[in-house]
Structure formats: C-alpha cells, structure tokens
Write a protein that binds this ligand. Sequence first.
Ligand SMILES: Nc1ncnc2c1ncn2[C@@H]1O[C@H](COP(=O)(O)OP(=O)(O)O)[C@@H](O)[C@H]1O
Ligand SMILES: [Mg+2]
Length: 253
Amino acid sequence: MQPNPLTLVSLFVGGALSVAIVLAAFIVALVISQRRRIAQERENARRVLAAQEDERARVARELHDDALQRIAMIRHELEEAAGAAGPEVAHRIGGVSAELQDLGVVLRTAAHQLHPSVVEKAGLARALGALGEEFARTAGLAVRVNVPTADPPIPAALALVAYRIAQEALRNVVKHAGVLEAELALTVGEHDLTLRIADAGRGFDTGTARPEDGLGLIAMRQRAVGAGGRLTLTPRTGGGTVVTAILPVRSGA
Ligand SMILES: Nc1ncnc2c1ncn2[C@@H]1O[C@H](COP(=O)(O)OP(=O)(O)O)[C@@H](O)[C@H]1O
Ligand SMILES: [Mg+2]
C-alpha cells in the first residue's frame, strides 16, 4: 500500500515542529541560566567588595578610636614630664612628642584612606572635591574637579563605589601616566551617574591584559559591575587615558 503523501508531509512538518520547539526551549533555558550566572557573579562581586569595605571600616575605626587616642594621651603625659624636667631632657622629650605627632598624621591619613567617612558625612560631590585636594597635597597631581554643586541623592554604598573608582583611577594617573594633571568629573542623571577620570599622559593598550598588570583595574571593574553598572577604559584623543564608570543610581548597591 502506497503511503498517502499528505500524511507524509504532515508527519514531516510535525517532526520538524517538535524539533524546533525542543530547540527553542533549550535556547531559552540556556539564556535564562546564563543570565542567572551573570547575576550571581555580579552579586558575589558586590558581596566580596562590601565585606572588604566593612573590614576596612573596622580597621579605620580601630586606628582612629584606639591608636590615635593613645598617641594623644602619651603626648599629653610627655608634655607634663617635660614641664618637670631640666632643659636638655625637656628638649629631647619635645623631639619625641613631635615624632609622635607626625606618626598621628600618618595614621590619620591611613585611616582616612581605609575608610573615607567623608563620603557618608559630606556626600559624593564634596568627597570627590576633597579627594582631588588630597592628591594635589600628597602627590602633586593637579586635579580639575567638576561635580554637581548640590549633592545628588544617591545611596551611601553607591557613593563609596564611585569614590573608590575615582581613587584608584587617580592613583593610576600618578603611578603610570607620567603627567601631573587629571580631570575628575561626575554627572548625575535620573537613572545613572557617570564618573569620568581622564589624563593626557602616556596611555596604554587598554584592550590587552598583561601578566604584569595589577589588581587596580580588575577591582575598579568589579566594583562597577557589583553596583550593576559598567566601566570602560579608552585611549584619549591626543594621548592619555579615559576611565568611565556608569552606575545605576537605583541599583541598591
Ligand atoms: N592612567 C594610566 N596611564 C597609563 N597607564 C595606565 C593607566 N592606568 C593604568 N595603566 C596601566 O595599566 C596597568 C594596570 O593597572 P592596575 O591594574 O591599576 O595595576 P597597578 O597600578 O598596580 O600596576 C598599569 O601597570 C599601567 O601599565
Ligand atoms: Mg593601580
């Protein structure tokens, strides 16, 4: 008996349709699992960095509340002892006290770099201004800071992410760019904030990872991704480097 050609066609179409449905379901499942993996990786990066910030804040508090208070107390004691001592001993005690004062400044700066409480206290715009001044003072880098005059209402954790990115990018200008000028700009829109750090220095091949590269670029990128945003490194027209971070302001970072 000859098979009916219509039955053959419908069998073929039915088979092809089933294969297409299975294939489509497979692709959808693949896309969903890929998205879940990316979201999980982003969440992991965010958590690792948040834990790191908590730990840094704890160390900074300990430095500030314990070590610095003790230094102040020891100096006070020394000054009293100097008052009761002869001129030569008083002079030596004065020298020790001055050393301790310098040590206090070093520890205060370290505590501040570990956890910049200025971000929480003064907001991102002013903290970035202060960061620019800090780089001018400590590294001789003239930073042209361009930030909104009114502080934008963004979550403190996100402000800290932006601050840390700016800090590392400026550090890189000092270490690698070979120039003593940089630009630091912040713009805040309804959905995103954009942070841009630019220099006109020697630049580098931003597309190639090299074995000698440090963790700075990786950490900057992870911070941006952990906050639900992205970070790009681009050569600047005319030479130099531009670091741009675009972060969603309502990411809940
Ligand atoms: N602004 C810059 N100008 C020139 N080169 C840079 C700049 N930023 C980064 N680089 C290059 O990228 C490399 C990786 O930077 P990073 O990951 O921060 O590590 P590190 O600063 O510890 O070397 C640097 O060693 C340097 O070669
Ligand atoms: Mg670096």
